[in-house]
Design a protein around this ligand. Structure first.
Ligand code: TYD
Length: 207
């Protein structure tokens, strides 16, 4: 049986990738392609711990957090209930909102990128995306989409982080050129326009 494809949407916070998951799934379903959507951090046990760190309910060192994401990712792939590797082996196409490039970008802000890549080597060995679609928006657009009425200090802090994360995504794409297949898609404009651009990048995976 032919394996399913693995398509990943990536982007900085406010890039609009989460809202593009639905339209992409609709296109795949319209073509009769068996498919499933998913996201990271997952709703599994490690993903739930990560969400408790977001809310401040649990605290942890940045290196621990990076390792938890790597663990959540392996669990995402191989857990016996809804692991992605089994689904793909059964011919199901999986679309994920974030995968290891999120780790490469977000955790390399305060850690060596090579360490982050190494920490995710098990996942890379198990499942490389057929295609990673990076939804690219200027930091200003991302900020506008995230929040329109917060205090100035917070916006500066956020802007700095968004800028660094965006740069690190591109550094990771360069670092893994020839190893990973990445499409950078313009994420500005209407949701319909962006959906069409994403589909133009994804469609060749199915022909
Ligand atoms: P996400 O659920 O995409 O955020 P949103 O609430 O906007 O839908 O991602 C949650 C956060 O987790 C996001 O800020 C990026 C971060 N993240 C990492 O730091 N490392 C990772 O490996 C992943 C997958 C996400």
């Amino acid at each position: 049986m032919e394996k399913g494809k693995f398509i990943v949407l990536e982007g900085i916070d406010g890039s609009g990738k989460s809202s593009q998951m639905g339209p992409l799934m609709e296109r795949l379903r319209a073509l009769g392609i068996p498919c499933r959507d998913t996201r990271e951090p997952t709703g599994g046990p490690v993903g739930s711990l990560i969400r408790q760190i977001f809310t401040g309910r649990v605290t942890a060192d940045n290196r621990v957090i990076a390792a938890l994401y790597a663990a959540d990712r392996i669990d995402h792939l191989v857990n016996g209930v809804d692991g992605l590797c089994a689904a793909i082996d059964q011919g199901i196409t999986v679309v994920s909102d974030r995968y290891y490039f999120s780790s490469y970008a977000y955790h390399s802000v305060d850690m060596d990128m090579d360490w982050v890549i190494q920490a995710n080597a098990v996942s890379a060995g198990l499942l490389r995306p057929t295609l990673t679609v990076f939804l690219d928006v200027p930091v200003e657009t991302a900020l506008e989409r995230i929040h329109k009425n917060r205090v100035v200090e917070e916006i500066f802090d956020r802007e700095d982080r968004l800028r660094k994360t965006r740069e690190l995504y591109f550094r990771a794409f360069e670092r893994l050129e020839g190893v990973e297949r990445v499409a950078v898609v313009d994420g500005t404009g209407s949701e319909d326009e962006v959906a069409r651009r994403i589909w133009a990048a994804v469609e060749p995976c199915f022909s």
